[in-house]
Write a protein of this length. Structure first.
Length: 178
């Protein structure tokens, strides 16, 4: 199956994170992110696939991490995710057939049903698992973003052994040969 996906959108909590919130005594929120997922974003972008978020939550931690990953589209604090999808399509010239979405909870179902391909982490809500085109082996926060990236490139006709060539060229093979 060759895919024409040009944009992958991700929910954040339950996809990039394991849904846990660490709250400090001053009310600050901390979240744990998996470094493999950052590689997944870079991998997709190295193949010309843009990446973005549609998240119901907004926090300094989320915004910092998404900017650090150089996400192409960052939509945080969204309660109407389908409306956010429509705005992203309109503002960026995408069609539903060019978009994939990764979500884990029932608030994500409307977007999952509107795009070409939908993914869910292994520990997603049962309704989301039923609606997803592909359910990953990884749980949210456990590298699911990278697993989605590799799967999407593989169904796009790029063998796993070849997927990292562009990224390694961009990063400089010598840097990682040590």
């Amino acid at each position: 199956m060759v895919t024409t996906i040009r944009l992958v959108l991700f929910d954040i909590d339950g996809v990039f994170t394991d849904n846990r919130l660490y709250v400090g005594s001053e009310g600050e929120v901390f979240k744990a992110f998996n470094a493999r997922d950052g590689v997944g974003i870079a991998l997709l972008q190295s193949h010309g696939i843009e990446c973005g978020t549609i998240s119901g939550k907004r926090s300094a931690a989320l915004e910092y991490r998404m900017r650090e990953l150089k996400m192409d589209i960052i939509s945080l604090g969204v309660h109407d995710k389908l409306g956010a999808l429509e705005e992203i399509r309109r503002d960026n010239g995408y069609t539903d057939d060019e978009i994939a979405f990764v979500g884990d909870d029932v608030i994500d179902l409307s977007v999952m049903n509107a795009v070409a391909l939908s993914y869910a982490p292994a520990d997603a809500h049962p309704l989301v698992i039923d609606a997803a085109d592909h359910v990953m082996h990884s749980n949210g926060g456990g590298g699911v973003v990278r697993e989605v990236a590799e799967h999407l490139l593989e169904i796009g006709g790029i063998a796993r052994a070849e997927q990292y060539n562009r990224l390694m060229d961009q990063w400089g093979r010598q840097q990682y040969a040590q």
